[in-house]
Each structure stands twice: as C-alpha cells, then as structure tokens.
Write a protein that binds this ligand. Structure first.
Ligand SMILES: [Zn+2]
Ligand SMILES: [Zn+2]
Length: 240
C-alpha cells in the first residue's frame, strides 16, 4: 500500500489498483477482480490499517475489476455502498455485458486479449445504498467530490479528494505506459469529453485504475494529452 496524500492510499493488485481513503472511518474505493478480497485485505493490513474500520465502499463503475468484490466486502464489513445513479441498476443486476468498443492500436488489442477478454462480465449483485450524482460532495475525509465521467461506462465517476488535491480518475483513461485512452469504451468520444471535464478541476495529483499516479500538475497534463483532436474520430471502432 502506497500513501498518495494525507488521506489517500493506493493498493496495487497487479491488474488493477484500488484505493483506501482515511477519514470518517476507512472508505474503500473500488474492490478488485472477483476472488481477490483476501489480497486486498492483506495489503491493507500490511499497510498498517485495520480492515474492520472499513465503513464505506465507493465504486467508480461496475466493471468486474473494480466492483468484483463489492458484495462480499459490503456484507463482511456492513459497509455502505456508493455509486453513480446511472450505474446502480447494472451493479444490482450483477453486471453486464454491455456494448463496448476497442480503442484502436496494437497495444490495446494485445492488452484486451491478455487482460479483458477472458474476464466474465458478471459480478455478484450488490445493493447500492447511496446513488450519487455529479457535483455531490460526500462527507468523507473532508470532502469527496463526485465527477460524473461517462464514456468508459455510462455511470462512471471520478472522485476528487478535495482537501488533498487528488483526482481518483478510475478508468476515464489509464497511465500504464504514459497517459492514454483506456482499452475499451462504451463511447470513446464521450469518454474524451469526460477526461477534459475532469481536467478542468483543481488538483495536482491523479491516480488511475490502471497504471501509476501522476504526481504533479496532473490536471494540466491530462488537458495537454487529451485536448488534441480525438485521433480516432470518423473511424468505426471494433465492437468487442
Ligand atoms: Zn473499466
Ligand atoms: Zn478497469
């Protein structure tokens, strides 16, 4: 577990990162691929925090690498689950599939085949206790702002840790080998607009579902990388 800022820690699980927010108890942001609950909890313990203090679970979106253990963790710690209102149906139904499109490029094609294709779109259904909306500020760790960022999935949200100036970007984009588009989107053009919307906020650091943090001037770096015209505009994307 790596400390990112005063209130935020990153737990790297290899294929995906989840985050722990400290303040008003512990809040877990995303939960990892199905079956990795013990790995998540072991990392939290190793980082010197007590998983029994987990009171809330906030889900950036329904994908199995993010919401895969939400039901189990909710039950185990009697945690309240927060998700965007547009994502609650699919979480409560137990996942997809939903139509999605592969971002062009050989690296994306390879990464899709290696990491995504084999993952079932199903998750254990999880009840959403708090359906949140764009602009809501959750009373956790001094203020956790909801930023509705559709595109990767319709109810995707990024989260701004206001007192720390850190954006939890989820899968609006990735930072695996430099800032780049995520491997799949429901709508890439909408996803690009969402990245630019998030980049307009005030923050210095950004963390991602996939890849390492950007530790300085992250909003300016996101803007610079993604404000150039969508390189795939007008090209039909491949449904996968
Ligand atoms: Zn995703
Ligand atoms: Zn993901």
């Amino acid at each position: 577990m790596k400390q990112i800022s005063d209130h935020l820690y990153q737990v790297s699980l290899g294929i995906v990162n989840v985050f722990l927010l400290q303040g008003d108890g512990l809040t877990l942001i995303d939960t990892g691929v199905p079956g990795s609950t013990e790995k998540v909890l072991a990392a939290i313990r190793k980082g010197g925090k007590n998983p029994e203090d987990i009171r809330n679970i906030v889900l950036t979106h329904w994908h199995p690498d993010h919401a895969g253990n939400a039901a189990e963790l909710k039950q185990r710690f009697k945690a309240r689950v927060y998700a965007h209102a547009a994502e609650s149906d699919i979480l409560e139904q137990g996942g997809g599939p939903r139509p999605r499109y592969l971002t062009p490029g050989l690296v994306n094609w390879v990464a899709f085949r290696l990491f995504i294709k084999g993952i079932s779109p199903q998750i254990a259904p999880v009840i959403v206790d708090e359906q949140v909306q764009d602009g809501d500020v959750l009373p956790l760790a001094g203020g956790l702002r909801v930023v509705h960022t559709p595109g990767h999935s319709a109810g995707h949200m990024a989260l701004l840790v206001e007192p720390d100036g850190v954006l939890i970007a989820g899968d609006i984009c990735a930072n695996a080998s430099g800032l780049d588009y995520s491997i799949v989107y429901e709508d890439l053009a909408v996803g690009r607009q969402s990245i630019l919307k998030a980049a307009d906020l005030s923050f210095d650091q950004a963390v991602f579902g996939h890849g390492g943090p950007v530790t300085q001037q992250a909003n300016a770096k996101l803007k610079a990388r993604f404000q150039q015209p969508n390189p795939f505009a007008g090209k039909p994307l491949k449904p996968v």
